[in-house]
Design a binder for this molecule. Structure first.
Ligand SMILES: [Fe+2]
Length: 365
């Protein structure tokens, strides 16, 4: 049986190699998360039931291979077998969507003497960033294997000087501590007493220089108490989970009683502060709510556009708190265990895809 691993499929998609990605899952599973550009056929039940004609109706371009996708990489093998029997070059994605969690792609944003690479965890929507000026780089919110960032820096001749997290994450394991350790870079976190490992606290108002660029830290509590945003060269704003391109961060994780309400109030004030920045400031958020496509187009927008999308929520503090608390999405799976590990600064050995399973749910939807 022919199989293809996540790294190979990721590479094909990133480099534009022709391939048909055929998702055979139930519509409910596909609605949770999918591979950008994939074709869907609802054949999971028929394949599982042994129907030899489960894929008979599917028309596929003959000039490219097919990669079949299911949840865990088992039923997709039956699909690949049926297609192979029809003379189509088909293979199944090893580990299915579960393994796809760690797939990623990139988009670049050149800004004068500064290059920003948005490193998108395509399998989960977490957005991390590499910023470089004059060959000195810093990484914000590393959510992928540390080697991803190390290789991207090597390919471009960059040295990673700083690694930052905007806050203690609840939806993915932070790779920032490990990345700082493996590269010798300084680990910078917002001031807080949550994590139990050494780091350098970056204060609100403090400026960090790398190459010819400057990064200004701005405390933006609300999503979490320590949440911080960063403005580079007065042009681009890294908002973590405080502000997304069309929504805001949820204020309720790790709270009890009326704490979420208080945090929503704090978030309102932080947002008001960010919205004072010039309208052409580029907002670069910590998450995407849709699977980031392999299109090399950055997920970002001008602050003026973001602001107009959420204006109705921001009419008054009381309205904001009411609207936000009404719209809180379901709690992400395993978030308390992920927070615990991020506070301890430890990455579990082996496969973490079960622990990190599911799309991110950091935004108020
Ligand atoms: Fe978060």
């Amino acid at each position: 049986m022919k199989q293809i691993d996540v790294d190979t499929l990721r590479d094909w998609l990133e480099n534009g190699r022709p391939v048909t990605v055929l998702d055979i899952r139930n519509p409910e599973d596909r609605a949770q998360w999918s591979i950008p550009g994939s074709v869907h056929v609802n054949a999971y039940a028929a394949l599982k039931a042994g129907d030899p004609d489960a894929l008979q109706q599917v028309e596929l371009p003959a000039d490219r291979p097919v990669v079949t996708i299911c949840n865990a990489g088992v039923v997709s093998q039956l699909a690949a077998e049926q297609l192979t029997e029809r003379g189509i070059a088909a293979s199944a994605l090893t580990g299915g969507m579960k393994s796809w969690s760690l797939a990623w792609n990139t988009a670049e944003i050149p800004l004068g003497n500064l290059t920003i690479v948005q490193v998108r965890r395509a399998g989960k929507g977490c957005l991390s960033y590499m910023l470089a000026s004059d060959r000195e780089a810093l990484v914000i919110d590393a959510s992928l294997d540390t080697m991803v960032y190390v290789r991207l820096a090597e390919q471009r001749g960059w040295t990673i000087r700083y690694v930052l997290d905007t806050h203690v994450h609840a939806d993915h394991l932070s790779r920032s501590r490990a990345l700082a350790e493996s590269t010798g870079a300084a680990l910078l976190l917002p001031p807080q007493d949550r994590v139990r490992f050494p780091f350098k606290a970056i204060q609100s108002g403090e400026t960090l220089a790398f190459g010819n660029a400057k990064l200004l830290a701005i405390a933006t509590p609300g999503h979490t108490e320590e949440s911080m945003s960063h403005l580079v060269n007065g042009q681009a704003l890294f908002t973590g989970d405080t502000l997304f391109t069309s929504s805001v961060g949820r204020p309720d994780l790790n709270t009890s009683g009326t704490e979420a309400q208080d945090r929503a109030r704090t978030l309102f004030r932080s947002l008001q502060q960010l919205l004072q920045l010039p309208g052409q400031t580029i907002v670069l958020p910590g998450h995407a709510s849709q699977p980031p496509a392999f299109d090399k187009k950055p997920i970002c927008d001008e602050l003026s556009h973001v602001s107009s999308r959420i204006a109705a929520w921001l009419r008054s503090e009381d309205d904001f708190v009411r609207i936000i608390l009404e719209r809180i999405p379901p709690t992400p799976p395993n978030y308390s265990r992920i927070v615990e590990l991020n506070e301890a600064g430890s990455l579990p050995e082996g496969d973490v895809t079960d622990l990190e399973a599911g799309a991110n749910r950091c935004a108020v939807a």
